[in-house]
Design a protein around this ligand. Structure first.
Ligand SMILES: *[C@@H]1O[C@H](CO)[C@@H](O)[C@H](O)[C@H]1NC(C)=O
Ligand SMILES: *[C@@H]1O[C@H](CO)[C@@H](O)[C@H](O)[C@H]1NC(C)=O
Ligand SMILES: *[C@@H]1O[C@H](CO)[C@@H](O)[C@H](O)[C@H]1NC(C)=O
Ligand SMILES: *[C@@H]1O[C@H](CO)[C@@H](O)[C@H](O)[C@H]1NC(C)=O
Ligand SMILES: *[C@@H]1O[C@H](CO)[C@@H](O)[C@H](O)[C@H]1NC(C)=O
Ligand SMILES: *[C@@H]1O[C@H](CO)[C@@H](O)[C@H](O)[C@H]1NC(C)=O
Ligand SMILES: *[C@@H]1O[C@H](CO)[C@@H](O)[C@H](O)[C@H]1NC(C)=O
Ligand SMILES: *[C@@H]1O[C@H](CO)[C@@H](O)[C@H](O)[C@H]1NC(C)=O
Ligand SMILES: *[C@@H]1O[C@H](CO)[C@@H](O)[C@H](O)[C@H]1NC(C)=O
Ligand SMILES: *[C@@H]1O[C@H](CO)[C@@H](O)[C@H](O)[C@H]1NC(C)=O
Length: 824
């Protein structure tokens, strides 16, 4: 037994010896006079990282590098000899007594060295791979504090940023630490792209990706947690890492730490110039790409020019910030068509100048901005206001309670709108561009307005008499001689020449068609000045006289409200009649609501804003404008969205132009759109504001559910969307109606109230539907709501049913429109 025991011990020792000795995997250090040759590796104490020789991709060349030990595929984070590969497996790395870590090839030739050096010979030196993936040279008896490191690989990063790497500048040595891309996946040599932090005393940090010297993309400024941009695309609201800025007399650096031991983030600049952020959640060994920058068109640096703003959901993506408009960059040279965003109204640094708040923004380039910490937003505004060259300000921090003041001087560059997690930017504008100015105008300046209106009324009367006199002449005059403006009660509607509109719309090219409404196609155009327009080319069936047409235009132009599309002008030539509207970059609501891939761009608060905005627009049409207008074709396709997703009702007031037509062919001509039409209108041709309320109710239920009333099918019953909503409401499950792509957990109340209001609007009996002021009040959250009864048309319409209730040929129904204007 005794002998046997001894033999066992010996055997165990031998086994142990053979298991351990051939490779030094248990070691995390290289000692003086020791060397690691190809095939051997050292591993960090936590076994996360490994240092050794490798060949990237399809390459045969050998490199000394550090990689994540247990992740797949092999993820290299640092390379020593990036530019000087070994051509075979004969290399070795060793540490000399001065602390110089060197890589030699088979002939003993040094092909890379760390150049670190101790003050004298120190046999206790080690090169150690730390748990962070940092290879350091230090005295082996000292702690792992940065002050003890003679050299560290974190000071010479390659394409990969790990927690703890500090990008920035040492003001004493002048040395800058930044990332450079690999040349290709097979070649770690320095590529074309760099990722550098803007680290200058007094300037606010942000990061640039440059191709050679040209800035390709910029992360937004530091926001207290990370750098906006890639962080805005990352799905995780609670990031696994936190960035912070280190500033002392020696330098400024930015760095980040992982918040949990089981999650690691790494950032990499790829050979094609993208910043990618990858995340791993141990023990799952696979990397997940969580964010990329540039991710989309708007991430291209300064793509919309100074004072331009890029929005990915609009087409085109570029526009000017509000208060700015496209103007020719070179007015002296007529051949140069390049346009840039310039102020609509110049600044004069007067006391009434102020700031307009832009929300959800990527803050502009901070290169020329100044920063002061711990300054409140109010004091920041005062600071900006007091310096005439200050163009904008913002609090860069998103963390609650943390304040700072960023002041921009000069142009605002590289601004974009984020779909989520953007920041507020306050831009200096002339007094008349600010909403306060306009409300003052309506309040305090009422008297002035009254006087102005009286004067203009007199002028109108004079103009009318004059017009009567020259009417004959008018009729005979050619287009060219037509006055370019016409006025009524101070209202000016510009007349556009056909040639101008034709040029703007690329000769009414099919490619420019935005949509086809009941009164003819709508074209997108860009005027030479750069202004984008939508041109409604009225179908020739309305053979209206010139004067009548002009009167209608004036009527429509009088309808002005922030929730109505604005008429910019008109065009008459021969039998062409056109209305020119402001262009709505986001097109119509149906393009979002009913499109599987775009519907998630509309979150609940936006949807609710849209519902409320439409209601306010309707209130104006029904009650507040001088004309009482029933729209008669309210539907998702007629709700346009501006760049801030603010809804604008379109196609209102058009019926007047087609009045005669309608009278003539009441049964042939169309009276709305199936799915939105009220029962009394469909069956008896009776319409009133309450018919619009009905359509509005359908629209509300569509906005909540993201489903078309017309196309709605349910596997369990044959109710249409209205019937389905009612059924859910009765069962107390209104929230189930909500679009699957929404998770409005903290607006449940608003959702169910909206469904309730929608149902009240689609009641069979006209008197059961709310009137418009009540509707707006209800949406404002006022008062308790009556219980809805069974809605009209709650069964899915079949073709037969549709034709039986509508004395109209079905084919002509889609998208066609009529409305009516009553004089009050
Ligand atoms: C590595 O060290 C071993 C002894 O430990 C020595 O025989 C060998 O020559 C060294 N290789 C290099 C390249 O220095
Ligand atoms: C080592 O490098 C030198 C100089 O680059 C070269 O001449 C030599 O052939 C290399 N030896 C091996 C074994 O690669
Ligand atoms: C070390 O010094 C040599 C010679 O001065 C130089 O060629 C090499 O680039 C330096 N290595 C590093 C990593 O800076
Ligand atoms: C480190 O070693 C290399 C190769 O022997 C040498 O060229 C370099 O000067 C050394 N650096 C220092 C700081 O000793
Ligand atoms: C320093 O480390 C060496 C081995 O690396 C050891 O022999 C020596 O005792 C240590 N000295 C102290 C003061 O700990
Ligand atoms: C992370 O690791 C550190 C050091 O190993 C340990 O002190 C800490 O408790 C760990 N934290 C978590 C959340 O596991
Ligand atoms: C037009 O003017 C801008 C700004 O002055 C200039 O950058 C651009 O090169 C000019 N383009 C042409 C075609 O001359
Ligand atoms: C900052 O100012 C410099 C010098 O006027 C200018 O060249 C540069 O374009 C400006 N940068 C930004 C982002 O405005
Ligand atoms: C920030 O300012 C407030 C009041 O101005 C002061 O009470 C607070 O101590 C300041 N905080 C820091 C971190 O300086
Ligand atoms: C306004 O700010 C600029 C830039 O910081 C500065 O150069 C200038 O002196 C300031 N002007 C005033 C009146 O404070």
């Amino acid at each position: 037994m005794h002998i046997y025991d001894q033999a066992m011990v010996l055997l165990t020792c031998i086994t142990f010896f053979f298991l351990i000795l051939p490779t030094s995997t248990s070691l995390d250090t290289i000692l003086v006079h020791q060397n690691i040759s190809d095939g051997e590796t050292i591993v960090s104490g936590n076994t996360k990282f490994e240092l050794g020789f490798f060949s990237p991709g399809n390459s045969k060349s050998r490199y000394l590098g550090i990689w994540f030990k247990n992740t797949s595929p092999q993820t290299v984070v640092w390379v020593a000899n990036r530019e000087t590969p070994l051509l075979d497996n004969s290399g070795a790395v060793k540490l000399d007594t001065q602390g110089n870590l060197t890589l030699v090839n088979g002939s003993g030739k040094v092909i890379w060295s760390s150049n670190s050096s101790a003050s004298g010979i120190d046999i206790n030196l080690v090169a150690q791979l730390l748990d962070t993936g940092n290879m350091v040279v230090k005295n082996g008896n000292t702690t792992n504090d940065e002050g003890n490191f003679m050299w560290q690989s974190f000071d010479y990063p390659g394409d990969t940023c790990l927690p703890g790497i500090k990008l920035g500048k040492n003001f004493i040595s002048g040395r800058e630490t930044y990332h450079t891309s690999w040349r290709s996946a097979d070649d770690p040599a320095q590529g074309e792209y760099t990722l550098k932090a803007l680290v200058v005393k007094g300037k606010f940090p942000q990061m640039y990706i440059r191709r050679n010297t040209i800035i390709k993309t910029r992360t937004g400024p530091y926001n207290g947690i990370s750098f906006s941009g890639p962080a805005n695309y990352a799905p995780d609201a609670n990031p696994a890492a936190v960035s912070y800025v280190i500033e002392n007399q020696n330098g400024i650096y930015i760095t980040y730490i992982s918040k949990s031991n089981t999650t690691t983030l790494r950032a990499i600049v790829t050979p094609s110039g993208k910043l990618e952020i990858w995340q791993i959640k141990f023990p799952n060994p696979e990397w997940m790409l969580i964010a990329t920058s540039p991710e989309d068109y708007c991430d291209n640096y300064g793509v919309c020019g100074s004072y331009g703003s890029c929005t990915i959901v609009t087409s085109p993506n570029c526009g000017c910030l509000k208060g700015f408009e496209l103007k020719k960059s070179d007015e002296t040279n007529p051949d140069n068509d390049t346009s840039v965003c310039r102020r609509s109204i110049a600044l004069d640094c007067g006391p009434r100048e102020g700031f307009l708040k832009f929300s959800s923004m990527k803050l502009p380039d901070t290169e020329n901005a100044s920063f002061s910490s711990n300054i409140s937003l109010l004091d920041c505004e005062v600071a900006c206001k007091n310096n005439c060259s200050c163009t904008a300000f913002a609090n860069p921090y998103v963390t609650p309670g943390r304040v700072g003041c960023l002041l921009w001087y000069g142009d605002l560059i590289d601004v974009r709108v984020f779909s989520q997690k953007g920041q507020d930017l306050y831009v200096r504008l002339a007094a008349s561009e600010l909403p306060e100015f306009n409300s003052n105008f309506h309040g305090k300046k009422r008297l002035v307005l009254v006087v102005a209106l009286s004067i203009s009324a007199m002028l109108t009367l004079l103009g009318f008499i004059l017009a009567l006199c020259i009417r004959r002449k008018w009729k005979m005059s050619s287009d060219a001689r037509r006055s370019s403006q016409m006025g009524s009660a101070g209202l000016v509607v510009p007349l556009f020449g056909l040639s101008k509109i034709s040029r703007a719309t690329n000769e009414f090219s099919i490619d420019n068609i935005l949509g086809e409404g009941g009164f003819g196609p709508v074209y997108k155009g860009v005027l030479e000045e750069g202004l984008e327009i939508a041109v409604k080319r009225l179908s020739k069936s309305s053979q209206q006289g010139l004067d009548e047409f002009k009167n209608e235009v004036i009527c429509i132009a009088k309808l002005q409200h922030r929730n109505l599309v604005k008429l910019l002008g008109y065009c008459i030539q021969g039998d062409e009649r056109m209305l020119i509207y402001e262009h709505m970059p986001n097109k119509s609501l149906d393009g979002f609501l009913f499109d599987g891939s775009r519907k998630s761009l509309l979150d609940w608060s936006q949807r609710f804003n849209i519902i409320s905005g439409i209601a306010r627009g309707l209130l104006y049409l029904h009650e507040d404008s001088r004309l009482k207008v029933v729209h008669r074709d309210l539907k998702a396709g007629n709700i346009l969205l501006d760049h801030k997703m603010c809804p604008k009702i379109s196609d209102f007031g058009l019926a007047r132009m087609f009045k005669e037509d309608e009278r003539e062919t009441n049964t042939k001509r169309v009276v709305g759109t199936l799915g939105y039409i009220s029962p009394e209108y469909a069956m008896n041709g009776h319409f009133s504001v309450k018919s619009d309320i009905f359509s509005f109710g359908v629209l509300v239920l569509e906005i909540v559910s993201g489903k078309k009333n017309r196309d709605f099918v349910h596997e369990d019953h044959d109710n249409n969307l209205l019937g389905h909503a009612w059924r859910l409401h009765k069962e107390g499950k209104s929230l189930d109606l909500i679009d699957e792509c929404l998770h409005p957990s903290n607006s449940a109340c608003e959702v169910s109230r909206s469904v309730h209001i929608g149902l009240l609007c689609v009641q069979q009996r006209v008197e059961d539907r709310p009137n418009t002021p009540t509707l707006v009040a209800m949406l404002g959250g006022e008062g308790s709501l009556p219980s809805p009864k069974k809605p009209a048309f709650f069964i899915q319409e079949s073709g037969i049913r549709s034709t039986s209730i509508l004395p109209l040929p079905l084919a002509s129904l889609n998208g066609v429109t009529l409305s009516e204007i009553y004089g009050r």
